[in-house]
Design a protein around this ligand. Structure first.
Ligand code: F6P
Length: 491
Protein backbone atom coordinates (compact mmCIF):
# COMPACT_ATOMS: atom_id res chain seq x y z
CA UNK A 1 0.00 0.00 0.00
CA UNK A 2 1.33 3.47 -0.86
CA UNK A 3 0.94 4.81 2.64
CA UNK A 4 -0.33 3.02 5.74
CA UNK A 5 1.09 4.55 8.87
CA UNK A 6 -0.15 5.55 12.30
CA UNK A 7 1.23 7.85 14.97
CA UNK A 8 0.75 6.44 18.47
CA UNK A 9 2.22 7.57 21.80
CA UNK A 10 5.96 6.94 21.71
CA UNK A 11 6.04 5.41 18.25
CA UNK A 12 5.26 5.91 14.59
CA UNK A 13 4.14 2.64 13.00
CA UNK A 14 4.66 2.31 9.27
CA UNK A 15 2.79 -0.64 7.77
CA UNK A 16 3.18 0.55 4.15
CA UNK A 17 5.57 -2.28 3.32
CA UNK A 18 3.04 -4.91 4.41
CA UNK A 19 1.12 -6.83 1.75
CA UNK A 20 -2.35 -5.47 2.43
CA UNK A 21 -4.18 -3.47 -0.20
CA UNK A 22 -7.28 -1.32 0.25
CA UNK A 23 -9.62 -4.27 -0.31
CA UNK A 24 -7.84 -6.54 2.16
CA UNK A 25 -7.69 -3.78 4.74
CA UNK A 26 -11.40 -3.06 4.42
CA UNK A 27 -12.17 -6.78 4.81
CA UNK A 28 -9.91 -7.00 7.87
CA UNK A 29 -11.58 -3.99 9.48
CA UNK A 30 -14.99 -5.58 8.85
CA UNK A 31 -13.73 -8.81 10.40
CA UNK A 32 -12.49 -6.91 13.47
CA UNK A 33 -15.95 -5.40 13.80
CA UNK A 34 -17.61 -8.81 13.43
CA UNK A 35 -15.31 -10.22 16.13
CA UNK A 36 -16.07 -7.24 18.38
CA UNK A 37 -12.37 -6.46 18.79
CA UNK A 38 -13.00 -3.06 20.36
CA UNK A 39 -15.60 -4.62 22.66
CA UNK A 40 -13.08 -7.16 23.95
CA UNK A 41 -10.69 -4.38 24.94
CA UNK A 42 -13.52 -2.54 26.70
CA UNK A 43 -14.44 -5.73 28.57
CA UNK A 44 -10.79 -6.26 29.52
CA UNK A 45 -10.55 -2.67 30.81
CA UNK A 46 -13.77 -3.25 32.80
CA UNK A 47 -12.21 -6.27 34.56
CA UNK A 48 -14.55 -8.86 33.10
CA UNK A 49 -13.41 -12.50 33.13
CA UNK A 50 -11.74 -12.39 29.71
CA UNK A 51 -9.44 -15.24 30.79
CA UNK A 52 -12.26 -17.75 30.45
CA UNK A 53 -10.46 -21.01 31.25
CA UNK A 54 -9.39 -19.64 34.62
CA UNK A 55 -12.36 -17.30 35.16
CA UNK A 56 -10.05 -14.35 35.72
CA UNK A 57 -9.73 -10.76 34.62
CA UNK A 58 -6.61 -9.60 32.75
CA UNK A 59 -5.85 -6.27 34.35
CA UNK A 60 -2.28 -5.47 33.30
CA UNK A 61 -3.53 -2.03 32.21
CA UNK A 62 -4.59 -1.30 35.78
CA UNK A 63 -1.00 -1.75 36.95
CA UNK A 64 0.28 1.20 34.95
CA UNK A 65 -2.76 3.48 34.99
CA UNK A 66 -2.30 6.91 36.56
CA UNK A 67 -3.39 6.96 40.19
CA UNK A 68 -6.98 8.12 40.56
CA UNK A 69 -8.45 5.95 37.81
CA UNK A 70 -10.72 3.17 39.03
CA UNK A 71 -10.16 -0.41 37.90
CA UNK A 72 -11.99 -3.58 38.85
CA UNK A 73 -11.41 -7.30 38.53
CA UNK A 74 -14.56 -9.42 38.46
CA UNK A 75 -16.47 -6.55 40.04
CA UNK A 76 -14.05 -5.94 42.89
CA UNK A 77 -12.20 -2.62 42.98
CA UNK A 78 -8.46 -3.17 42.70
CA UNK A 79 -7.11 0.36 42.18
CA UNK A 80 -6.59 0.97 45.89
CA UNK A 81 -4.69 -2.27 46.35
CA UNK A 82 -2.51 -1.41 43.36
CA UNK A 83 -1.76 2.09 44.66
CA UNK A 84 -0.93 0.77 48.13
CA UNK A 85 1.37 -1.94 46.79
CA UNK A 86 3.07 0.51 44.44
CA UNK A 87 3.71 2.86 47.38
CA UNK A 88 5.25 0.00 49.42
CA UNK A 89 7.36 -1.01 46.47
CA UNK A 90 8.51 2.57 45.88
CA UNK A 91 9.46 3.01 49.55
CA UNK A 92 11.44 -0.25 49.53
CA UNK A 93 13.15 0.65 46.24
CA UNK A 94 14.00 4.17 47.49
CA UNK A 95 15.52 2.75 50.67
CA UNK A 96 17.68 0.40 48.63
CA UNK A 97 18.78 3.12 46.22
CA UNK A 98 19.50 5.54 49.05
CA UNK A 99 21.53 2.96 50.97
CA UNK A 100 19.13 2.95 53.93
CA UNK A 101 18.21 -0.73 53.71
CA UNK A 102 20.88 -2.63 55.56
CA UNK A 103 21.96 -6.24 55.79
CA UNK A 104 22.64 -8.22 58.95
CA UNK A 105 26.11 -6.71 59.44
CA UNK A 106 24.80 -3.16 59.05
CA UNK A 107 26.10 -2.56 55.55
CA UNK A 108 23.83 -1.17 52.83
CA UNK A 109 22.31 -3.71 50.43
CA UNK A 110 23.60 -2.73 46.97
CA UNK A 111 23.54 -5.91 44.88
CA UNK A 112 20.19 -7.42 43.95
CA UNK A 113 20.03 -11.04 42.86
CA UNK A 114 16.73 -11.37 41.00
CA UNK A 115 15.57 -15.00 40.86
CA UNK A 116 12.63 -15.90 38.61
CA UNK A 117 11.85 -17.41 35.23
CA UNK A 118 9.63 -16.64 32.21
CA UNK A 119 7.42 -13.67 32.95
CA UNK A 120 9.12 -13.29 36.32
CA UNK A 121 12.50 -12.80 34.65
CA UNK A 122 12.44 -11.71 31.00
CA UNK A 123 10.89 -8.26 31.50
CA UNK A 124 13.15 -7.08 34.33
CA UNK A 125 16.20 -8.47 32.52
CA UNK A 126 15.20 -6.65 29.31
CA UNK A 127 14.66 -3.38 31.17
CA UNK A 128 18.00 -3.49 32.92
CA UNK A 129 19.77 -3.89 29.61
CA UNK A 130 17.61 -1.51 27.59
CA UNK A 131 17.72 1.31 30.14
CA UNK A 132 21.41 1.16 30.93
CA UNK A 133 21.73 4.93 30.66
CA UNK A 134 19.28 5.25 33.59
CA UNK A 135 21.06 2.90 36.02
CA UNK A 136 21.23 4.21 39.59
CA UNK A 137 24.84 4.65 40.67
CA UNK A 138 26.12 1.98 43.04
CA UNK A 139 23.31 -0.51 42.40
CA UNK A 140 23.88 -3.80 40.63
CA UNK A 141 21.31 -6.40 39.54
CA UNK A 142 22.11 -9.98 38.61
CA UNK A 143 19.65 -12.53 37.31
CA UNK A 144 19.26 -16.27 37.76
CA UNK A 145 16.52 -18.18 35.94
CA UNK A 146 17.89 -21.47 34.68
CA UNK A 147 17.75 -24.75 36.62
CA UNK A 148 21.31 -25.34 35.47
CA UNK A 149 23.26 -24.51 38.65
CA UNK A 150 25.73 -22.54 36.57
CA UNK A 151 23.15 -19.75 36.40
CA UNK A 152 22.73 -19.18 40.13
CA UNK A 153 26.46 -19.79 40.68
CA UNK A 154 27.28 -17.11 38.09
CA UNK A 155 24.75 -14.72 39.63
CA UNK A 156 26.15 -15.15 43.15
CA UNK A 157 29.76 -15.41 42.03
CA UNK A 158 31.74 -12.38 43.17
CA UNK A 159 28.84 -10.97 45.23
CA UNK A 160 29.56 -9.78 48.72
CA UNK A 161 26.93 -11.57 50.86
CA UNK A 162 26.90 -8.69 53.36
CA UNK A 163 25.60 -6.28 50.69
CA UNK A 164 23.43 -8.68 48.70
CA UNK A 165 19.63 -8.85 48.68
CA UNK A 166 18.05 -11.89 47.00
CA UNK A 167 14.64 -11.15 45.46
CA UNK A 168 12.64 -14.26 44.60
CA UNK A 169 9.96 -13.51 42.02
CA UNK A 170 7.37 -16.14 41.33
CA UNK A 171 3.66 -15.60 40.86
CA UNK A 172 2.90 -19.16 41.93
CA UNK A 173 5.92 -19.66 44.21
CA UNK A 174 5.79 -23.22 42.93
CA UNK A 175 8.03 -23.06 39.88
CA UNK A 176 10.71 -25.74 40.17
CA UNK A 177 13.59 -23.70 38.72
CA UNK A 178 12.87 -20.66 40.88
CA UNK A 179 12.50 -22.62 44.10
CA UNK A 180 15.72 -24.55 43.44
CA UNK A 181 17.63 -21.31 42.81
CA UNK A 182 16.01 -19.63 45.82
CA UNK A 183 17.10 -22.53 48.05
CA UNK A 184 20.63 -22.32 46.66
CA UNK A 185 20.75 -18.58 47.33
CA UNK A 186 19.42 -19.03 50.86
CA UNK A 187 22.04 -21.71 51.56
CA UNK A 188 24.72 -19.32 50.28
CA UNK A 189 23.50 -16.57 52.62
CA UNK A 190 23.38 -18.94 55.60
CA UNK A 191 26.83 -20.29 54.83
CA UNK A 192 28.37 -16.81 54.77
CA UNK A 193 26.26 -14.88 57.25
CA UNK A 194 24.53 -17.44 59.47
CA UNK A 195 21.00 -18.74 60.04
CA UNK A 196 19.45 -15.33 60.72
CA UNK A 197 20.67 -13.70 57.51
CA UNK A 198 17.82 -14.64 55.10
CA UNK A 199 15.36 -12.53 57.13
CA UNK A 200 17.20 -9.37 56.13
CA UNK A 201 18.73 -10.55 52.87
CA UNK A 202 15.72 -12.08 51.12
CA UNK A 203 12.57 -10.57 49.65
CA UNK A 204 9.85 -12.06 47.45
CA UNK A 205 7.19 -11.13 44.94
CA UNK A 206 4.28 -13.57 44.69
CA UNK A 207 0.55 -14.22 44.89
CA UNK A 208 1.25 -17.16 47.19
CA UNK A 209 1.86 -15.52 50.55
CA UNK A 210 1.59 -18.80 52.45
CA UNK A 211 4.41 -20.31 50.38
CA UNK A 212 6.66 -17.25 50.83
CA UNK A 213 6.07 -17.44 54.60
CA UNK A 214 6.76 -21.18 54.64
CA UNK A 215 9.98 -20.49 52.76
CA UNK A 216 10.95 -18.17 55.61
CA UNK A 217 10.68 -14.81 53.90
CA UNK A 218 9.50 -12.07 56.26
CA UNK A 219 6.04 -10.72 55.42
CA UNK A 220 7.30 -7.12 55.35
CA UNK A 221 9.69 -8.15 52.55
CA UNK A 222 6.97 -9.76 50.45
CA UNK A 223 5.26 -7.87 47.63
CA UNK A 224 1.97 -9.00 46.18
CA UNK A 225 1.06 -10.13 42.71
CA UNK A 226 -2.51 -10.95 41.79
CA UNK A 227 -4.29 -13.63 39.84
CA UNK A 228 -5.79 -11.00 37.52
CA UNK A 229 -2.46 -10.49 35.80
CA UNK A 230 -0.65 -13.13 33.78
CA UNK A 231 3.09 -13.69 34.28
CA UNK A 232 4.05 -12.45 30.81
CA UNK A 233 1.96 -9.30 31.31
CA UNK A 234 3.26 -8.62 34.82
CA UNK A 235 6.37 -6.51 34.34
CA UNK A 236 4.42 -3.45 35.52
CA UNK A 237 3.68 -4.95 38.93
CA UNK A 238 5.95 -5.68 41.89
CA UNK A 239 7.78 -8.01 39.48
CA UNK A 240 9.64 -4.82 38.54
CA UNK A 241 10.87 -4.27 42.12
CA UNK A 242 14.55 -4.91 41.40
CA UNK A 243 14.36 -2.71 38.30
CA UNK A 244 12.66 0.10 40.18
CA UNK A 245 15.40 0.02 42.81
CA UNK A 246 18.30 -0.22 40.39
CA UNK A 247 17.16 2.51 37.99
CA UNK A 248 17.17 6.18 38.90
CA UNK A 249 14.22 7.51 40.86
CA UNK A 250 11.15 8.03 38.67
CA UNK A 251 12.36 5.90 35.76
CA UNK A 252 10.00 3.01 36.48
CA UNK A 253 7.10 5.48 36.72
CA UNK A 254 8.04 6.90 33.28
CA UNK A 255 7.94 3.37 31.91
CA UNK A 256 4.43 2.93 33.34
CA UNK A 257 3.38 6.29 31.89
CA UNK A 258 4.49 5.21 28.40
CA UNK A 259 2.52 1.98 28.68
CA UNK A 260 -0.53 3.85 30.03
CA UNK A 261 -0.39 6.28 27.09
CA UNK A 262 -0.40 3.30 24.70
CA UNK A 263 -3.35 1.80 26.64
CA UNK A 264 -5.28 5.01 26.19
CA UNK A 265 -4.54 4.96 22.46
CA UNK A 266 -5.53 1.28 22.19
CA UNK A 267 -8.79 1.80 24.07
CA UNK A 268 -9.95 5.02 22.42
CA UNK A 269 -8.77 5.00 18.82
CA UNK A 270 -10.85 3.52 15.99
CA UNK A 271 -9.23 0.31 14.74
CA UNK A 272 -8.19 1.84 11.39
CA UNK A 273 -5.91 4.33 13.19
CA UNK A 274 -5.13 2.17 16.21
CA UNK A 275 -1.44 1.16 15.99
CA UNK A 276 -1.49 -2.08 18.03
CA UNK A 277 -4.88 -3.26 16.79
CA UNK A 278 -4.04 -2.50 13.17
CA UNK A 279 -0.76 -4.32 13.60
CA UNK A 280 -2.67 -7.28 15.06
CA UNK A 281 -4.94 -7.33 11.99
CA UNK A 282 -1.97 -7.25 9.62
CA UNK A 283 -0.10 -10.02 11.44
CA UNK A 284 -3.35 -12.04 11.44
CA UNK A 285 -3.49 -11.49 7.65
CA UNK A 286 0.15 -12.58 7.24
CA UNK A 287 -0.37 -15.74 9.24
CA UNK A 288 -3.78 -16.88 8.00
CA UNK A 289 -4.06 -15.59 4.44
CA UNK A 290 -0.44 -15.27 3.30
CA UNK A 291 0.41 -18.41 5.36
CA UNK A 292 3.58 -16.99 6.84
CA UNK A 293 4.55 -19.29 9.68
CA UNK A 294 7.32 -17.20 11.24
CA UNK A 295 7.89 -13.57 12.16
CA UNK A 296 11.20 -11.84 12.86
CA UNK A 297 11.65 -9.03 15.38
CA UNK A 298 14.73 -6.91 14.72
CA UNK A 299 15.34 -3.90 16.94
CA UNK A 300 18.14 -1.67 15.62
CA UNK A 301 19.49 -0.97 19.10
CA UNK A 302 22.21 -3.01 20.77
CA UNK A 303 20.49 -2.60 24.14
CA UNK A 304 17.29 -4.20 22.87
CA UNK A 305 19.03 -7.52 22.25
CA UNK A 306 16.69 -9.21 24.74
CA UNK A 307 13.49 -7.89 23.16
CA UNK A 308 12.99 -10.90 20.85
CA UNK A 309 13.21 -13.30 23.82
CA UNK A 310 10.73 -11.19 25.79
CA UNK A 311 8.32 -11.14 22.83
CA UNK A 312 8.75 -14.85 22.24
CA UNK A 313 7.15 -15.51 25.60
CA UNK A 314 4.56 -12.77 25.25
CA UNK A 315 3.37 -13.82 21.81
CA UNK A 316 3.98 -17.57 21.72
CA UNK A 317 2.88 -18.37 25.28
CA UNK A 318 -0.23 -16.23 24.74
CA UNK A 319 -1.22 -17.35 21.28
CA UNK A 320 0.45 -20.69 20.53
CA UNK A 321 -2.86 -22.56 20.85
CA UNK A 322 -5.25 -24.51 18.70
CA UNK A 323 -8.43 -24.58 20.76
CA UNK A 324 -10.78 -21.62 20.99
CA UNK A 325 -11.76 -20.06 24.30
CA UNK A 326 -15.11 -21.88 23.96
CA UNK A 327 -13.36 -25.27 23.67
CA UNK A 328 -13.93 -25.79 19.95
CA UNK A 329 -11.00 -26.36 17.56
CA UNK A 330 -9.54 -23.11 16.22
CA UNK A 331 -9.59 -22.83 12.43
CA UNK A 332 -7.51 -19.64 12.48
CA UNK A 333 -3.94 -19.37 13.76
CA UNK A 334 -2.96 -16.66 16.20
CA UNK A 335 0.79 -17.11 16.53
CA UNK A 336 3.69 -17.54 14.16
CA UNK A 337 7.12 -18.70 15.33
CA UNK A 338 8.80 -15.61 16.77
CA UNK A 339 12.52 -15.16 16.46
CA UNK A 340 14.89 -12.27 16.17
CA UNK A 341 18.04 -10.49 17.19
CA UNK A 342 19.33 -6.96 17.30
CA UNK A 343 20.32 -5.19 14.10
CA UNK A 344 22.85 -4.85 12.65
CA UNK A 345 24.09 -8.20 14.08
CA UNK A 346 21.02 -10.03 12.78
CA UNK A 347 21.96 -9.08 9.24
CA UNK A 348 25.04 -11.25 9.57
CA UNK A 349 23.11 -14.18 11.02
CA UNK A 350 19.69 -14.96 9.53
CA UNK A 351 19.07 -12.22 6.94
CA UNK A 352 20.36 -14.46 4.14
CA UNK A 353 17.28 -16.57 4.72
CA UNK A 354 14.97 -13.54 4.89
CA UNK A 355 16.16 -12.30 1.49
CA UNK A 356 16.36 -15.52 -0.50
CA UNK A 357 14.68 -18.52 1.18
CA UNK A 358 11.47 -19.70 -0.48
CA UNK A 359 9.28 -18.91 2.55
CA UNK A 360 8.97 -15.16 3.11
CA UNK A 361 9.06 -14.07 6.77
CA UNK A 362 7.53 -10.74 7.82
CA UNK A 363 9.89 -8.56 9.84
CA UNK A 364 9.36 -5.89 12.49
CA UNK A 365 12.10 -3.27 12.25
CA UNK A 366 12.42 -1.02 15.29
CA UNK A 367 14.57 2.10 15.09
CA UNK A 368 15.32 5.32 16.99
CA UNK A 369 15.63 8.77 15.47
CA UNK A 370 17.66 10.33 18.30
CA UNK A 371 21.40 9.81 18.45
CA UNK A 372 21.59 9.06 22.19
CA UNK A 373 25.24 8.02 21.97
CA UNK A 374 26.25 11.29 20.27
CA UNK A 375 27.95 9.46 17.47
CA UNK A 376 26.35 10.54 14.19
CA UNK A 377 28.53 8.22 12.09
CA UNK A 378 27.29 5.10 13.89
CA UNK A 379 23.76 6.40 14.30
CA UNK A 380 23.11 7.20 10.67
CA UNK A 381 24.75 3.94 9.67
CA UNK A 382 22.37 2.00 11.91
CA UNK A 383 19.29 3.78 10.53
CA UNK A 384 20.51 3.46 6.94
CA UNK A 385 20.96 -0.27 7.44
CA UNK A 386 17.49 -0.64 8.90
CA UNK A 387 15.81 1.28 6.07
CA UNK A 388 17.91 -0.50 3.48
CA UNK A 389 16.91 -3.94 4.71
CA UNK A 390 13.18 -3.24 4.63
CA UNK A 391 13.53 -1.62 1.21
CA UNK A 392 15.59 -4.50 -0.19
CA UNK A 393 13.16 -7.08 1.18
CA UNK A 394 10.27 -5.23 -0.46
CA UNK A 395 11.86 -4.37 -3.81
CA UNK A 396 14.19 -7.31 -4.39
CA UNK A 397 16.48 -7.35 -7.42
CA UNK A 398 16.51 -9.59 -10.48
CA UNK A 399 19.46 -11.90 -11.01
CA UNK A 400 21.92 -11.07 -13.76
CA UNK A 401 21.62 -13.61 -16.61
CA UNK A 402 24.73 -15.57 -15.69
CA UNK A 403 24.23 -15.44 -11.90
CA UNK A 404 20.92 -16.97 -10.78
CA UNK A 405 22.20 -17.10 -7.19
CA UNK A 406 21.98 -13.31 -7.13
CA UNK A 407 18.20 -13.27 -7.50
CA UNK A 408 16.29 -11.37 -4.81
CA UNK A 409 12.57 -12.10 -5.20
CA UNK A 410 11.45 -9.13 -3.08
CA UNK A 411 7.79 -8.56 -2.21
CA UNK A 412 8.63 -9.49 1.39
CA UNK A 413 6.59 -7.61 3.99
CA UNK A 414 7.77 -5.65 7.01
CA UNK A 415 6.61 -3.11 9.57
CA UNK A 416 8.85 -0.28 10.74
CA UNK A 417 8.34 1.13 14.22
CA UNK A 418 10.14 4.43 14.51
CA UNK A 419 10.69 5.87 17.97
CA UNK A 420 12.44 8.96 19.18
CA UNK A 421 14.74 7.59 21.85
CA UNK A 422 15.23 4.43 23.84
CA UNK A 423 13.68 6.09 26.89
CA UNK A 424 11.61 4.58 29.71
CA UNK A 425 8.45 6.20 28.29
CA UNK A 426 8.96 4.91 24.75
CA UNK A 427 9.96 1.45 25.96
CA UNK A 428 6.78 1.26 28.07
CA UNK A 429 4.76 2.27 25.01
CA UNK A 430 6.53 -0.30 22.81
CA UNK A 431 5.94 -3.21 25.20
CA UNK A 432 2.29 -2.24 25.66
CA UNK A 433 1.96 -2.00 21.86
CA UNK A 434 3.05 -5.64 21.58
CA UNK A 435 0.76 -6.73 24.42
CA UNK A 436 -2.29 -5.21 22.72
CA UNK A 437 -1.28 -6.51 19.31
CA UNK A 438 -1.00 -10.01 20.79
CA UNK A 439 -4.39 -9.83 22.47
CA UNK A 440 -5.93 -8.48 19.26
CA UNK A 441 -4.74 -11.50 17.27
CA UNK A 442 -6.13 -13.86 19.91
CA UNK A 443 -9.52 -12.15 19.74
CA UNK A 444 -9.59 -12.42 15.94
CA UNK A 445 -8.93 -16.18 16.24
CA UNK A 446 -11.24 -16.67 19.23
CA UNK A 447 -8.53 -18.06 21.53
CA UNK A 448 -7.69 -17.13 25.13
CA UNK A 449 -4.33 -15.29 25.26
CA UNK A 450 -4.14 -15.36 29.06
CA UNK A 451 -3.70 -19.02 29.99
CA UNK A 452 -0.79 -21.39 29.26
CA UNK A 453 -1.93 -24.97 29.72
CA UNK A 454 0.58 -26.09 27.09
CA UNK A 455 3.49 -25.82 29.51
CA UNK A 456 1.90 -28.08 32.13
CA UNK A 457 2.40 -31.49 30.50
CA UNK A 458 6.15 -30.92 30.16
CA UNK A 459 6.39 -29.99 33.86
CA UNK A 460 4.50 -33.14 34.86
CA UNK A 461 6.62 -35.42 32.66
CA UNK A 462 9.80 -33.79 34.02
CA UNK A 463 8.79 -34.87 37.54
CA UNK A 464 8.18 -38.41 36.30
CA UNK A 465 11.54 -38.61 34.51
CA UNK A 466 13.33 -37.11 37.51
CA UNK A 467 11.95 -39.86 39.74
CA UNK A 468 13.16 -42.46 37.20
CA UNK A 469 16.62 -40.89 37.14
CA UNK A 470 16.77 -40.83 40.93
CA UNK A 471 15.68 -44.46 41.19
CA UNK A 472 17.78 -45.44 38.19
CA UNK A 473 14.89 -47.24 36.50
CA UNK A 474 13.45 -47.10 33.00
CA UNK A 475 10.17 -48.82 33.83
CA UNK A 476 7.26 -47.53 31.73
CA UNK A 477 9.50 -45.32 29.60
CA UNK A 478 9.48 -45.38 25.80
CA UNK A 479 12.53 -47.09 24.21
CA UNK A 480 14.28 -43.86 23.21
CA UNK A 481 13.96 -42.24 26.66
CA UNK A 482 14.84 -45.53 28.37
CA UNK A 483 18.08 -45.79 26.35
CA UNK A 484 18.96 -42.18 27.17
CA UNK A 485 18.31 -42.77 30.90
CA UNK A 486 20.57 -45.83 30.80
CA UNK A 487 23.30 -43.85 29.08
CA UNK A 488 23.03 -41.02 31.67
CA UNK A 489 23.15 -43.53 34.52
CA UNK A 490 26.43 -45.04 33.24
CA UNK A 491 29.40 -43.62 35.12
O1 F6P B 1 5.73 -22.29 32.94
C1 F6P B 1 5.25 -21.12 32.39
C2 F6P B 1 5.08 -20.07 33.42
O2 F6P B 1 3.99 -20.39 34.21
C3 F6P B 1 4.94 -18.70 32.80
O3 F6P B 1 3.67 -18.42 32.38
C4 F6P B 1 5.43 -17.83 33.91
O4 F6P B 1 5.78 -16.57 33.47
C5 F6P B 1 6.61 -18.64 34.42
O5 F6P B 1 6.21 -19.98 34.26
C6 F6P B 1 6.99 -18.37 35.83
O6 F6P B 1 5.94 -18.62 36.71
P1 F6P B 1 5.98 -18.13 38.21
O7 F6P B 1 6.06 -16.63 38.20
O8 F6P B 1 4.72 -18.63 38.83
O9 F6P B 1 7.20 -18.72 38.85
Amino acid sequence: MQRLSVQAPGLYADFSKQKVDETALAALLDFAEAKNLGGFFTAMRAGEPVNLSENRAAQHMALRAPEGETFKALGETISNTIAAERARMRAFADELRNGQRKGITGRALRTLVHIGIGGSDLGPRLLMQALKRYHAPGMDVRFAANLDAADINDALGGCDPETTLVIVVSKSFATAETLANARAARAWLVQHLGEDAPAQHMAAVSTNLKATADFGIQDENVFAMHDWVGGRYSLWSSVGLSVMAALNEGVFEDLLAGAAAMDDHALRTPVAQNAPLLSGLIQFWNRNFLHMKARAIVPYAARLALLPAYLQQLIMESNGKSVRADGTPADLVASPIIFGAEGTNAQHAFFQQLHQAPDPVPVDFIGFTQDQEHNPGHHQGVLANMLAQSRALMSGAPAPKDAPHKNFPGNRPSTTLLMEALSPFSLGALLAFYEHETVAQAVLCGINPFDQWGVELGKHVAMEVLSHLEKNTTEGMDPSTAALIERIAKP
